[in-house]
Write a protein that binds this ligand. Structure first.
Ligand code: ATP
Ligand code: MG
Length: 458
């Protein structure tokens, strides 16, 4: 279940009750500590942190309610589940108002106890993940601000400042490496939702079934392996923004579900019956031409219009080659600092090489080239020899010979040949399904069916 075992503090002045919980929770794989009074619990929390506290309300010296208030002041992140006798339900309600995560009535329904513990631990885990993500994105956004003086970038930044404050859905498009994710971050961090989470999901990186549960969450038992309930990214992005990267890579079935999320502002977790309202701003990105995909019936037109309320086009680096110098200086500074090198700048032929290249991989390619240069260089200035630009030509000739080999049919069946062709193309496109389907001249859905048939996809 968890990689590291969760530690739970049991607080109860009834020793037999503590022992019973210790045996039970121990069996479920938790590490346990105990305290026989509210005051002892408070002291425990000042010394270390716990994943969860299970606390009785009625204790002779310091009651659960008092201890709860103190614990929330010392470490508000630890969830506290209150245990109470049925008769004091009002106290349980008070406890919830004072920040308890949940309450359980005695005598325990063990199944309910188990679920409540799991749910609260999952909740904390997600919250932690969420804030770590927010931290790292916040930092990333700060340190590598958006560099660019070219007219197209100025316009883009101006549009961002105009639309960030609204809740309108944003569709960002631009070639790979142009800075779409950075722009999405700028929209979020310049909006009224900036203190809320910025949750990112790459729709191309996971299989369709997994994507649905990642986005919308799932109920316990929704599918094999769903041993507990899980919140989806839409719920995690509550009061914040969700960034749907590579939106073109979603299947038609998924697009219907996304359309509903956008239109009705509600989602249904996998295996769930009730729909949940969502309060999140949607920012999507793509490096494909969605209008072309609509024509090929690979993308829903209605979803496109819902997404395309505000359209941000990120220019390629070759369209704004005047910015190359500026970006190069920026990345040089970044990587000399990071690698503790003392490189002062570029030689004239080094800079010439950078400015005259056409950068098919855009800012990311430039950034990688400079990082490599900084690491390789032994001189004070980076010259053309240290600035090694990746040779795409060599790659494509290699790919060509692979295709030639592919047509050595031997005594293969048509099925085998087809499987080989599809897998090779997937490999060539770096597992990009839409691109694979396009290049093979088949519909994305056909590709999915075939992959299923080959046993490559669930
Ligand atoms: N204008 C910019 N100023 C500074 N850094 C930038 C700029 N644009 C992009 N970068 C940096 O280049 C890298 C690539 O940017 P990003 O990941 O946002 O691109 P992308 O368009 O999402 O790429 P992909 O389509 O490959 O996912 C990141 O490290 C980002 O910080
Ligand atoms: Mg990206």
């Amino acid at each position: 279940m968890n990689q590291t075992k969760s530690t739970i503090l049991i607080v109860d002045d009834d020793q037999s009750h503590r022992n019973m919980l210790k045996i039970l929770l121990g069996k479920w794989g938790y590490v346990l500590e105990e305290a026989d009074d509210g005051q002892v619990a408070i002291e425990c929390v000042t010394k270390k942190t716990y994943d969860l506290i299970l606390m009785d309300i009625k204790m002779i010296k310091v009651s659960g309610l008092v201890a709860l208030e103190e614990i929330k002041k010392i470490n508000p992140a630890i969830p506290v589940i209150i245990m109470t006798a049925f008769s004091s339900i009002q106290t349980a309600v008070d406890a919830l108002q004072k920040g308890a995560y949940d309450y359980l009535t005695k005598p325990f329904d063990f199944e309910k106890l188990k679920i409540t513990i799991q749910r609260s631990l999952e909740h904390t885990r997600l919250k932690k993940e969420n804030s770590q993500l927010k931290d790292s994105l916040g930092k990333k956004f700060d340190s590598s601000k958006i560099i660019g003086r070219h007219e197209t970038m100025r316009k883009l930044l101006k549009t961002i400042s105009q639309v960030a404050g609204t809740d309108a859905t944003v569709l960002i498009h631009g070639e790979s490496g142009t800075g779409k994710e950075l722009i999405a971050g700028a929209v979020h961090y310049n909006s009224n939702r900036k203190d809320g989470p910025f949750i990112k999901i790459n729709c191309a990186a996971i299989t369709e079934t997994l994507l649905e549960s990642e986005l919308f969450g799932h109920e316990k038992g929704a599918f094999t392996g769903a041993t507990r309930r899980k919140e989806g990214k839409f719920q995690l992005a509550d009061k914040g923004s969700i960034f749907l990267d590579e939106i073109s890579e979603t299947s038609m079935a998924m697009q219907v579900k996304l359309l509903r999320a956008l239109q009705e502002r509600e989602i249904t977790p996998v295996g769930g019956e009730k729909s949940i309202n969502i309060d999140t701003r949607i920012i999507a990105a793509t490096n494909k031409n969605l209008v072309d995909l609509i024509e090929k019936e690979d993308f829903r037109e209605d979803l496109y219009y819902r997404l395309n309320v505000i359209n941000l086009k990120v220019p390629t680096l070759r369209e704004r080659s005047g910015d190359i110098q500026l970006l190069a200086q920026h990345f040089l500074q970044l990587y000399t600092q990071k690698n503790s090198r003392k490189i002062k700048g570029f030689t004239p032929d080094g800079m010439d090489k950078l400015v005259s290249h056409n950068w098919p991989g855009n800012v990311r390619e430039l950034m990688n080239t400079i990082e490599r240069g900084v690491i390789l260089s032994t001189r004070e200035y980076l010259g053309k020899d240290e600035l090694q630009i990746e040779e795409k030509v060599i790659m494509s000739s290699r790919a060509q010979s692979a295709t030639e080999q592919m047509f050595d049919l031997g005594d293969k069946t048509l099925y085998e040949v087809e499987k080989m062709a599809i897998l090779k193309m997937l490999d060539k496109t770096g597992n990009n399904k839409s691109e694979t389907a396009r290049r093979l001249g088949i519909a994305r859905r056909t590709l999915h069916l075939k992959l299923k048939d080959f046993g490559v996809m669930p």
